[in-house]
Design a protein around this ligand. Structure first.
Ligand SMILES: Cc1cc2nc3c(=O)[nH]c(=O)nc-3n(C[C@H](O)[C@H](O)[C@H](O)COP(=O)(O)OP(=O)(O)OC[C@H]3O[C@@H](n4cnc5c(N)ncnc54)[C@H](O)[C@@H]3O)c2cc1C
Length: 320
């Protein structure tokens, strides 16, 4: 049996996709969220910079509240990983396919996020360290929590230097560790580290153990113990589905969007970390709201979505 054509399907159920789902459902549109269940927000033990939660909130709890809110207004959410996105050039309809099904709609929102590259370490150790704040990925989010602590940054090149220098405004004890070999830096990067008093250590680096409330990193120059380690190894942007239908990417590998979250492909929108900009919950939510409103307005511009009169009222006016 053919699936009904939806107004929109959203791929990705993190803060961007779920905010859009709440808006679109409340616009009385027929939508589906298909989510792989790997939101970066789900790995946040407790976010303390998200406005409105003075004592912080766990990422998983925030996501659950957003899912509940979207479903309350009629959004449907499936936990699946979309493997294919196609667009029919004649009808303009998109079809997404995943293991057990597919969906068709004239509009699609890609809110597929990014993945942080992890340092080489045992997976269980990584997840335990992440949950305890011994491994951290986002100094903008939680640099405050390492104020005056001993911090290691695993990274190289100007990106690693920039992260270490950023964290130096929270603590005087920052060490930059090369991930895989001896540290080789441009002279101006060396000058920045020197000016900030940041120690440099050669790799390869491997986080090997948790001792008490600290994490131990094995380097070419011996074991180092830190209160927290920030891997600064970059991230992978989940743009593959958009690329399948020809969406253009910006230089940094994120989707190129206009100020209303439209990609270069008609009917295809993007929001959140997968779009160039600040990788934060607040930003993802903001873009989700903008994208949803644009989708609603673009749909209504091609076909007005007038609501049918309520039958009881019509009967009363007719005197029937
Ligand atoms: C450890 C950590 C701590 C952080 N702390 C904070 C903080 O304190 N404050 C803050 O503001 N931000 C924080 N962030 C950043 C924040 O989590 C992200 O900015 C936010 O989650 C981005 O939302 P998003 O919806 O764009 O992407 P995500 O939340 O990553 O969601 C993307 C979703 O898309 C799904 N997806 C991808 N591809 C497919 C596919 N093909 N089919 C189906 N689904 C797919 C994924 O499974 C995922 O569920 C932190 C991040 C990390 C990793």
């Amino acid at each position: 049996m053919d699936e009904p054509i939806l107004d929109c399907f959203i791929i990705g159920g993190g803060p961007a996709g779920l905010t859009a789902a709440i808006y679109l459902a409340r616009f009385h549109l027929d939508i589906l969220v298909v989510d792989g269940g790997k939101s970066r927000a789900s790995s946040i033990p407790c976010t303390r910079n998200h406005a409105g939660y003075p004592d912080g909130i766990a990422g998983a709890e925030l996501l659950q509240a957003m899912r509940d809110q979207a479903c309350k207004y009629g959004a449907k959410i499936e936990t699946e990983f979309v493997t294919k996105l196609e667009r029919d050039e004649h009808t303009g309809l998109f079809t997404a396919t995943w293991g057990s099904g597919s969906a068709t709609a004239p509009t699609v929102l890609l809110a597929t996020g990014v993945s942080n590259r992890r340092p080489p370490m045992d997976e269980e150790l990584h997840d335990d360290a992440l949950a305890r704040g011994l491994i951290r990925y986002c100094p903008i989010c939680d640099g405050y929590e390492v104020t005056d602590k001993k911090v290691g940054v695993i990274g190289s090149d100007s990106h690693g230097v920039a992260e270490a220098v950023f964290i130096r405004t929270y603590t005087a004890d920052v060490t930059l560790i090369a991930p895989d070999k001896a540290m080789r830096l441009k002279s101006d990067d060396n000058a920045k580290l020197k000016e900030a008093g940041i120690e440099c250590v050669d790799g390869p680096a491997q986080a090997v153990a948790i001792t008490g409330d600290c994490i131990v990193v094995d380097t070419a120059e011996g074991h180092y113990t830190f209160d927290s380690v920030y891997p600064a190894l970059g991230s992978d942007t989940h743009t593959q589905l958009g690329e399948m239908v020809g969406a253009k990417l910006a230089e940094d590998g994120c989707f190129l969007c206009d100020s209303h979250q439209r990609t270069s492909v008609r009917g295809l929108y993007a929001a959140g970390d997968v779009v160039h900009g600040l990788d934060q919950i607040s930003h993802a939510m903001g873009e989700g709201g903008v994208a949803a409103t644009t989708i609603r307005n673009d749909l209504c511009a091609t076909e007005p979505r007038w609501r049918e009169p309520v039958q009881g009222l019509v009967d009363a006016e007719d005197g029937t």
